[in-house]
Design a protein around this ligand. Sequence first.
Ligand SMILES: [Zn+2]
Length: 343
Amino acid sequence: MRVLSDNQCEAAAAHGVPHHEEVREGLWAVAVPMPGSFLSYTLSMVMLHADGQVYVIDPGSEGEATVEIFRDFLASHGRSLADIATIVVTHSHPDHLGSAARLRELSGATVVMHAREQEEVEGSQSRLIAQLREQVAAWGMPEAEMRGLLDMMDRADYGEHPDIRADLLVRDGDEIAETGWRVVATPGHTAGHMCLVDDMRKLLFSGDHVLPTVNPGIGLSGSRDNENAVVDFLASLERLEPFDDYEVCPGHGYRFYGLKERRLEQAAHVHKRAHEVETILARDPDLSVWGIAEQLTWSAGWQTLLKSTLLASGLAQTSMYRDAVRAGITSRMPPAPAPVKSH
Ligand SMILES: [Zn+2]
């Protein structure tokens, strides 16, 4: 991968917040802080169009601080919040969609979202947690651990997901009027995640589907019986192949060239996990989700995970991988790609 912004790269490494920077004429990456998060900021893309309108991708977390960032940024370019015509969100997580409703109130902008993602928003966070609680019972956890986890989930503050109805629902291949941005549906991180491509400028706005510094979480929204986020995520990585020579503008981290290399790295990470689960299941096909998770390698260690609020998400991921492996995903996977050398 070739880093295209030292400003963003240094901020990412230091868990700081980069300066706003112009990516192409009139197109800016505006950094919106994400206090308390490992990723420390969201990169919102802001197009100051010659026609006077302002177009935004992923306006970042909710709160007056974010509104101030946009107000100040736009004022310094002779624009105002009222000029925001369109707000496109790659997915419904609070660090991307959070301030969309408030900015719409202040500007009358059109909020654009993938149709599948809108259904997730309406599902709301509390339904997701209720769903997760139901799943916990099927994971085969020892009684004491299960009670501990449910207690932990009761105490945890997951934050409310923004509840918003988009003005315009889009699907794969749709163009966003006046912007030159086209929708590429990339389910996996969430069920209705989308990337946007700007063919004229050869840019890919990748949201949280492709990130330079971390492997995106998978299946971080509800799912239906016919959906498996792991399978979808891999297919969505392949779908980006036509844009391998585009500059990637991710939702967090820094701008870079080398989409192919990063796609393959992220896919390799998924393959490795799937093969690990497959090996465990080959020894004991009826093993519970809990039994599998105990044997998997966890970056922070299993004992640490046991005491963490991330345990539920770790087990949910394990369950998703188990179902994907049982459905034969590893036999359909191409052999894990060899790491590509940086150049
Ligand atoms: Zn994010």
